[in-house]
Write a protein that binds this ligand. Structure first.
Ligand code: GUN
Ligand code: ZN
Length: 439
């Protein structure tokens, strides 16, 4: 029943956006993590006396074990069209996304993509994705079926869209509500799965649909809500046109009870101070999606306003595939750093790794279960190989501190750096031994 991992590990205990010093993390240069029934039983310095009789730890010397990464905003159905060229948000949606998403009325197609998506996520070290599905309930069933086979802690929801989309991708206010409610009843709280009410974004929902989305959010305890907010300038102008009674973009959602705890807003780039303050007050969450924001030319997210401020806003990290361009949170952090640079701000190595682990866990209200290597936490873990490529191996010879190691990993790193990924204690990805993973 009990298993063990041995090797260097790093886990955050505080928030480096508040105090970026050694008090915010726990690092063991030779650590031992004991795992019992999917959870961490103990985590500390390696001590053979702590090992139960007969338990031989899996040893990762010269690696770095960290909590599994969280990807708090992603679109699994867009995996087949990642890397679509040449357009900004609204044209990109019409030309590429809506074409692809129509295929998910076919549950067999949805299953194939969901499975491939989860395999790629695990290869990148992501153990908790929160994904949009499509408007088709089949796309949600396919996703959660595949995720539950792997025992993942993950969230998803049926996209609600009752206007400004092709006929094959529209529901109605009522069918969107009814189908979402059925799916939430089936999947929310089933194992480690959770459901997110998912109105795509304000322009593709009528007021009636947003109203019912708010109703559903209130009806089921602990439900999440996810949508997009203030990503692109043309989108902002369109929202102002469609909802003249709202004082700003956030207010559209607020009027329907869609701004609060466990409400996840992707992007949040072009916000007024009023909107920031309201997000903070409501304990709502924004999700920073750097590779997507650069790929679509959407803008530069203000991480400093979000997190280094008198009234910080809960902030998580997301890939936003298929506008995002990389499954690897290491690559996402590299772009987050560059966005901060372009704004004249800085993102420290500890702030970055916190953001992809405990910071996101807190922001999505799951820190009770994930985000740390500590007793009682789910045993969702990633083993990073600092010498994964010839370049990394050469660079590693010059690394003199933990902080430098982290920064090199996020600057040069990718899925190749992920040596192994553990989900609830089971090895679900092994870079060097693909056949050696749990079925
Ligand atoms: N806004 C509405 N839908 C989408 C989407 O699928 N991706 C992104 N990046 N923004 C959106
Ligand atoms: Zn998105």
């Amino acid at each position: 029943m009990v298993s063990a991992l041995r090797g260097p590990f790093l886990s955050y205990t505080g928030n480096p956006f508040e105090a970026d010093d050694p008090s915010c993390f726990h690092y063991e240069s030779d650590g031992l993590i004991l795992i019992d029934r999917g959870r961490i039983r103990s985590a500390g310095a390696y001590d053979p006396a702590v090992l139960p009789a007969g338990v031989v730890p899996v040893h990762y010397p010269d690696h770095l074990i960290i909590p599994g990464f969280i990807d708090a905003h992603v679109h699994y159905p867009q995996m087949p069209m990642i890397g679509a060229h040449g357009r900004q948000l609204l044209d990109w949606l019409n030309h590429y996304v809506f074409e692809t998403e129509q295929r998910y009325s076919d549950i067999d197609f949805a299953r194939i993509v969901a499975k491939a998506f989860l395999r790629e996520s695990l290869r990148a070290g992501v153990t908790t994705p929160i994904t949009y599905c499509t408007v088709h309930p089949e796309s949600v069933d396919a996703y959660f079926e595949e995720a539950s086979k792997l025992g993942l802690r993950t969230g998803a929801g049926k996209v609600m869209m009752d206007r400004n989309a092709p006929a094959g991708l529209r529901d109605t206010a009522q069918t969107g509500y009814d189908q979402s409610k059925r799916l939430a009843a089936r999947w929310h709280g089933h194992g480690r799965l959770f459901y997110a009410v998912t109105p795509r974004f304000a322009p593709t929902s009528t007021e009636a649909q947003l109203e019912l989305a708010g109703t559903l959010r209130r009806e089921i305890n602990g439900l999440y809500m996810q949508t997009h907010l203030s990503e692109n300038r043309a989108e902002l102008a369109w929202v102002a046109d469609l909802f003249p009674a709202s004082r700003d973009y956030l207010d559209v959602y607020d009027r329907f009870g869609l701004v609060g705890r466990r409400c996840l807003f992707g992007h949040a780039i072009h916000l007024s101070e009023r909107e920031w303050a309201r997000l903070a007050e409501a304990e709502a969450t924004v999700v920073h999606c750097p590779t997507s924001n650069l790929f679509l030319g959407s803008g530069l997210f203000n991480l400093k306003r979000a997190l280094v401020s008198a009234n910080p806003v809960r902030t998580a990290l997301g890939s936003d595939l298929g506008a995002g361009t990389n499954f690897s949170p290491l690559a996402t952090l590299a772009e987050a750093y560059k966005i901060a640079q372009l704004r004249g701000d800085a993102l420290s190595p500890h702030q970055a790794f916190y953001l992809a682990t405990l910071g996101s866990a807190r922001a999505i209200d799951q820190a009770e279960h994930i985000g740390r290597i500590a007793p009682g936490q789910d045993a969702d873990l990633v083993v990073l190989d600092p010498k994964a490529t010839p370049l990394l191996a050469a660079r590693h010879g010059f690394v003199t501190s933990l902080e430098e190691l982290l920064f090199v990993l996020m600057t040069l790193g990718s899925d190749r750096v992920v040596r192994a990924t553990y989900v609830a204690g089971y090895k679900r990805h092994d870079r060097d031994d693909p056949a050696g993973v749990a079925a």
